[in-house]
Design a protein around this ligand. Structure first.
Ligand code: MN
Ligand code: MN
Length: 354
């Protein structure tokens, strides 16, 4: 079956062929394209390991260590990090920042790139056989060193992408001019382009949030969700569906497929005042992809791509998806209708009717 598909897939649709225009140049984007090929090779290896599930041993077992951010490390977190590090040998990656490393590593001292990765996103879902992924961000290495290479606004990214290990394994990639989707053919171990120029659909009725934290949210997030839940009878005058996979790549892939909005806001719990997700290797690359696909990403007030991390594992609230929904949530934060006194409340909220 897959042979038939591959025979009909022109060789000019392989990832390598699609990156050829970049590879031929002699600039930092050529380095980025070569590094993406190395990451794709690593992803094919990680995908094969994940596909074995329990046959590969206890991938979901905790190693007994915590990563730098205090998360329990799973066996697969560590293996995925090792597979990526091995694949990067000989590439232009000078600096390497990973969720699974305590410090920035220097790989190739002559390289011109800084690479930030979440080797295995959603690792709490491994044993449940729910989609998990790898997220990566490619920045130019700064002459001023490792920190200056990473601690800059996300809009400086050269490339960003994620791999989702789901019913099929897919790579969603941008090198700063649109977003393309590649699917791994497990037989040939090649990524083949399946869609060009992904656009996040603008009009959708889905939102994703962990609603069990409702009591900790700020008023703007509560109001947005209240309005969605109120459906036809509320100010939005339409019904919505809620989704929550608790795997960032799975949420992202759904939003790239059919739109909607994802929220992991800050909340009032002691460790969540900047949310849960990491700016450098989760929020920034996803924001770069979202922007390239006509969507948007914010921390509630500021565009994610304007934020420069000051630490490798710094957290940020993350709200991204269809641009209309993201700007609505931003407006709820910037011009909060609930700060008005009681009588004008409903008049004010009328401003937000679509
Ligand atoms: Mn993650
Ligand atoms: Mn991870």
């Amino acid at each position: 079956m897959s042979d038939g598909i591959l025979r009909s897939a022109p060789s000019d649709r392989t990832l390598e062929a699609c990156l050829e225009p970049y590879l031929q140049k002699d600039d930092v984007l050529a380095s980025a394209a070569r590094t993406v090929l190395a990451l794709a090779e690593a992803a094919a290896n990680i995908s094969a390991l994940i596909a074995l599930g329990p046959l590969a041993g206890s991938l979901g077992a905790i190693t007994g260590d915590t990563n730098a951010d205090g998360d329990e490390q799973k066996e697969l977190d560590v293996q995925a990090n090792d597979i990526i590090l091995a694949a990067l040998s000989g590439t232009s990656a000078r600096y390497f920042a990973s969720e699974e490393e305590d410090t920035i590593l220097t790989l190739n001292a002559d390289g011109d790139l800084a690479l930030a990765v979440d080797p295995l996103d959603g690792s709490s879902n491994i044993d449940a056989n729910v989609s998990i992924g790898t997220i990566f961000s490619v920045l130019p290495a700064s002459g001023e060193g490792a920190s200056a290479s990473f601690f800059r606004p996300g809009r400086d990214q050269l490339a960003a992408g994620y791999v989702i290990y789901g019913p099929h394994c897919a790579l969603v990639l941008t090198l700063g001019s649109g977003v393309d989707l590649f699917v791994l053919d497990p037989t040939s171990r090649r990524f083949i382009k399946a869609r060009t120029g992904l656009i996040i659909p603008a009009n959708t009725r889905e939102y994703a949030i962990n609603a069990s934290n409702y009591r900790y949210w700020d008023d703007a997030v509560r109001l947005f969700i209240d309005d969605c839940i109120a459906g036809m009878e509320g100010p939005r005058e339409r019904d919505f569906n809620m989704r929550w996979v608790a795997s960032l790549v799975a949420e992202t892939h759904r939003i790239f497929s059919r739109g909607g909005v994802f929220l992991y806001p800050a909340d009032r719990r002691p460790d969540y005042q900047s949310g849960r997700l990491r700016l450098l290797y989760e929020a920034a690359p996803i924001a770069f992809l979202a922007k390239q696909a006509g969507g948007a990403a914010t921390d509630g007030v500021m565009p994610i791509l304007d934020k420069a991390p000051t630490g490798m594992h710094e957290r940020t609230p993350l709200i991204f998806g269809s641009s209309e929904k993201v700007s609505r949530i931003t407006s709820y934060h910037l011009q909060p209708p609930f700060e008005q006194s009681a009588p004008p409340l409903f008049d004010q909220r009328g401003l937000f009717r679509s």
